[in-house]
Design a protein around this ligand. Structure first.
Ligand code: GLN
Length: 194
């Protein structure tokens, strides 16, 4: 099982480390031809407009839509969550348009631009430590989307089948249980595709 971390922009090395701790082989991905050998992909945080631009420039939009159509799991964190969404509040255009949800960028007010909290996540036993940095929130989800965690009444983690998204940075702590959750999704999808 091999999982890639999209390295167009943003926090890459920390995701590689967390995936390895969760028992996966993890590689940096910079070109579309590297997607073929992968069973899953993480889209890290950073700046979603920049990531979206670079995705268009390097032909990742079509390639990742096909990747997803094969049932291969994708995990978007922070800006990566924005990139996965079908709808971005206040913007005409989305990026990958894969998850049936509306997201709101930089949604936590000024004083709360960056903060840490312990978060209950469905499917994970004890609360996880979550670091929010100019984080988006999920404003609305479609029927096929399961809400996995909520912070102060706002949705911050969601799953739609083989797609997982969270508002925060799970790679910035030693707690790799959300990566473990994703690795388990990749295992399930491999079994289903076998
Ligand atoms: N604020 C960024 C955006 O809108 C996301 C921040 C992050 O990934 N930490 O793209």
């Amino acid at each position: 099982m091999k999982i890639g971390v999209l390295a167009l922009q943003g926090a890459v090395a920390e995701h590689i480390r967390s995936l390895k701790l969760a028992g996966a082989e993890a590689v940096i991905v910079k070109r579309v031809d590297e997607l073929d050998e992968l069973d899953g992909l993480v889209i890290p945080g950073g700046e979603s407009t920049t990531i979206g631009k670079l995705m268009r420039k390097y032909d990742f939009i079509d390639a990742l839509q096909q990747f997803s159509a094969q049932g291969k799991p994708l995990f978007g964190t922070c800006a990566g969550l924005i990139v996965l969404a079908e709808r971005i509040a206040g913007q005409e255009e989305a990026h990958l348009s894969l998850m049936d949800m509306t997201v709101c960028r930089n949604a936590f007010g000024r004083q709360k631009e960056s903060f840490e909290t312990d978060l209950d996540v469905t499917g994970i036993d004890e609360p996880i430590r979550a670091v929010f940095i100019r984080a988006p929130l999920i404003e609305q989800v479609g029927e096929g989307v399961d809400v996995l965690s909520v912070y102060k009444d706002e949705i911050v983690t969601a799953r739609q089948g083989h797609l997982l998204a969270c508002s925060f940075h799970p790679e910035l702590t030693d707690d790799y249980r959300l990566h473990q959750y994703f690795v388990d999704m990749v295992k399930e999808s491999l079994a289903a595709r076998a």
